[in-house]
Design a protein around this ligand. Structure first.
Ligand code: DGY
Length: 429
């Protein structure tokens, strides 16, 4: 990116254009509401040029929080008819205003709050903002540990592939096959914006809809859902993000004179750290997820494995060596990394959403963890790769690792945010 200042200006413009009054839609048309993990990344992007707007993003996200602590994956602040499934489909409007979905998403927020507070040029504003957010973050994390890990295994369950954020990853093929397809009619909207070959298949959607309807029919009863949901997966990626965020939340509690909560979060993180190390698969040479209904490991090789460093999963020197060799190998196999699925895997599809394409924010999370673990070369390669993809394809949602083409939503908010704080930050131009 020769013209770094120009790129930053364009990225700022994307966030401003997607601003709907204190919250940022991921992409106009395709995703016209506020999404949970998108907003966490986007807040860090706003932080590079408008701190009060950055904190506002998270305040608006937490307007969707339920009394139970659940922070839903979508907050439907105002109606829009370009997205399915909208608020009416989730059936939450009589329990919560604004209406929301009834599932969550990878809990990045506590980590972003810590990063934002450490970068803040206005520490008084940051202190006030963190003090306001702290009880809400604690309620969300307690919800994960209580409602999603009622047996105290150290790993929380996801009940819908959308909760993982990696909607149609090959890792979910096996557990999703156990979910009956819906028999009701519905109309997708996503394929009106994006070529169907680049989105999840219809058979996946039939099961996504079945699960959403099942949650509504249980009246969102957590105990019933845990016992009866036909899809229940301990996702390695989500659990590493939760672990990292719980460590960061413990640190924030400590800094804000909440020693009891700091200790509580520290203990939860220790349980999770031990349990995650057990998801290493000797067979596949990567970390994998587990179907907790059948107990089976889901052996797909996905880029989530490389979140182990970001989560600070405790593993042996030998596992670290193999993981690092794996990361370098994945990068060497494609012109532009990191693919979301191993390029030699039979399920690899370079154009289809989470089955092969490169995702800029995942590259950043993985690079962040690698750098913190003292592995210097792959983070640089990841940043260069991400920069050149964005320079060529623009602020797209995801990219083909073989051709570099940009796909999915255009003017994508978290791609713009990642550009601002990682790919082309002020300090390296
Ligand atoms: C979608 O609609 O594609 C989202 O990823 C689900 O939240």
């Amino acid at each position: 990116m020769a013209d770094a200042a120009g790129w930053r200006e364009r990225a700022r413009r994307v966030l401003a254009q997607n601003d709907r009054g204190g919250y940022t839609v991921p992409s106009p048309g395709l995703y016209p509401f506020q999404w949970n993990w998108d907003s966490a990344v986007v807040a860090l992007g706003w932080m590079t040029f408008d701190e009060s707007r950055a904190w506002r993003e998270l305040d608006r996200l937490f307007e969707g929080q339920w009394d139970s602590g659940l922070l839903p994956h979508i907050v439907f602040h105002v109606p829009a008819d370009t997205y399915f499934p909208g608020p009416g489909e989730w059936g939450t409007a009589d329990r919560h205003h604004p209406p929301t979905s009834s599932i969550s998403q990878p809990p990045l927020a506590a980590t972003m709050v810590r990063m934002m507070s450490e970068r803040a040029a206005d520490p008084d504003l940051a202190k006030r903002a963190v003090a306001q957010l702290l009880p809400k973050l604690l309620a969300w994390h307690r919800w994960w540990f209580r409602d999603r890990d009622p047996e105290g295994t150290g790993l929380v369950a996801t009940f819908h592939p959308w909760e993982s954020g990696l909607d149609n990853s090959p890792a979910w093929d096996e557990p999703l096959a156990a979910v009956p397809p819906t028999s009701r009619a519905y109309a997708r909207r996503d394929t009106g914006f994006v070529d169907a070959a680049r989105r999840p298949r219809q058979a996946d959607y039939d099961r996504y809809v079945y699960l959403m309807d099942f949650f509504r029919q249980t009246k969102f009863d957590p105990a019933r859902i845990y016992a009866e949901c036909p899809y229940r997966v301990a996702d390695f990626g989500l659990n590493t993000i939760l672990l990292r965020a719980t460590d960061d939340l413990a640190e924030l509690c400590h800094r804000h004179d909440e020693p009891g909560a700091a200790e509580e979060m520290g203990a939860a993180a220790d349980r999770s750290r031990r349990a995650l190390a057990g998801l290493w698969s000797e067979k596949s040479g990567v970390y994998v997820s587990r179907d907790t209904r059948t107990g089976r490991l889901l052996e797909a090789r996905t880029h989530s494995t490389f979140l182990a460093w970001y989560g600070r999963v405790a593993h042996s020197v030998e596992v670290d060596r193999r993981l690092l060799a794996g990361c370098n190998d994945w990068l060497a196999r494609v012109p532009q990394g990191l693919p979301s699925t191993h390029p030699d895997a039979p399920e690899f599809e370079p154009q289809r959403y989470w089955r092969g394409p490169v995702w800029p924010h995942m590259n950043w999370l993985i690079a962040q963890g690698l750098a913190e673990a003292g592995h210097a070369a792959p983070p640089t390669a990841l940043r260069h790769s991400t920069r050149s993809l964005i320079a060529r394809g623009g602020f797209r949602e995801y990219f083909n690792p073989l051709t570099g083409e940009g796909y999915g939503g255009s003017d994508f908010s978290w791609t713009a945010a990642v550009t601002l704080f990682w790919c082309v930050p002020e300090t390296i131009s």
